[in-house]
Design a protein around this ligand. Structure first.
Ligand code: G4P
Length: 290
């Protein structure tokens, strides 16, 4: 099944982000650390021109640490880009973001010269969580101050940083179906747009190839099968996803497997590495997206 998913009013959002970017000093692009390429939007590169950009690799608590390090090295080769792996739910980690913003725009963040930043990213990468963690701890709404009521959609962080409190919504590239399946695996795509069994098989194939040991350990398998269907059946058996007669309910097994994978119960997993073509390590012969 081809995954097609266009959340919200994408055309308008694009225009709005393009206008907003001109007014900010630093762009905070939120990515999913488990799939930093598939969760990005290639148009942002164009829209940002030379503006400094922090690639926040969120949900780092769920990603493979070694792969995350490789991504940071790759991103930071680019001029004006810094990469920051973190978990948006952890204030201490999120707090590093304000420091990094000030490093990237050193003439800003001073009295009378606030640093303006905006958060952009595709749905579900954790933009709202990030803003809430920042906002919850240390700021006042700029709009609360009578002199600047026109800035009601901004929040003032410590250190002279003003953050746009409406996250800029971008969209992933659905023409790349491997990316779409990776996004579906992490739960970034609306459930109505996908077939759970197909996504479960895709994920099982990937795990079988790349994180066999995690599968073996989580599901106490003496041996990990060499076909995605057999892996999913073994998981289904272990999780009690059965129909009358003791057969495995593959759909339920896929749902349960994806739930566990997304919650990090199988272990810390990254779905793509720098320099990898879309098709590589994406699931083997039998489970390539149609
Ligand atoms: P968005 O604004 O970019 O659309 O994303 P949002 O903040 O709504 O986050 C999407 C989901 O990702 C939420 O889970 C949120 O809790 C989770 N999330 C955000 N940051 C992190 C992180 O650093 N680590 C982990 N493990 N999860 C994170 P949800 O299940 O949709 O909602 P909820 O039940 O947690 O509220």
């Amino acid at each position: 099944m081809t995954i097609e998913w266009y959340p919200g009013h994408m055309g308008k959002a694009h225009q709005k982000i393009s206008e907003l970017i001109r007014t900010v000093d630093v762009i905070i692009e939120v990515l999913d650390a488990r799939l930093p390429a598939s969760s990005s939007n290639h148009l942002l590169q164009e829209l940002r021109r030379n503006k400094p950009c922090i690639k926040v690799m969120n949900k780092n608590d769920l990603a493979d640490p070694a792969v995350t390090k490789a991504w940071v090295r790759t991103f930071e080769r680019e001029t004006g880009i810094r990469a920051l792996p973190l978990s948006a739910k952890q204030y201490r980690e999120v707090n590093q973001l304000t420091r990094l913003c000030l490093q990237l725009a050193p003439t800003r963040g001073k009295p009378g010269r606030p640093l303006r930043a905006m958060v952009v990213g595709i749905p579900n990468v954790g933009k709202s969580t990030l803003i809430n963690t920042l906002a919850g701890k240390c700021m006042a709404r700029v709009g609360d101050k009578p002199a600047i009521t026109t800035c009601a959609q901004q929040i003032e962080l410590r250190n002279g940083i003003i953050l746009s409190d409406t996250p800029g919504l971008l969209w992933p590239d659905m023409s790349d179906q491997v990316a779409a399946y990776r996004l579906a695996t992490t739960g970034a795509i609306g459930a109505g747009a996908l077939d759970y069994t197909e996504v479960g098989l895709f994920a099982a194939e990937f795990m079988m190839q790349r994180y066999r040991e995690l599968l073996r350990s989580r599901y106490q398998l003496t041996d990990v099968a060499d076909s995605a269907t057999a892996v999913l059946e073994a998981v289904g058996r272990r999780l009690g996803c059965l129909v009358a007669g003791g057969e495995i309910d593959l759909h339920r097994a896929a749902e349960a497997f994806l739930r566990e994978l997304r919650a990090g119960k199988i272990g810390r997993v990254s779905f793509e590495e720098p320099g990898q073509d879309a098709g590589e390590a994406s699931g083997g012969e039998g489970n390539q997206p149609a």
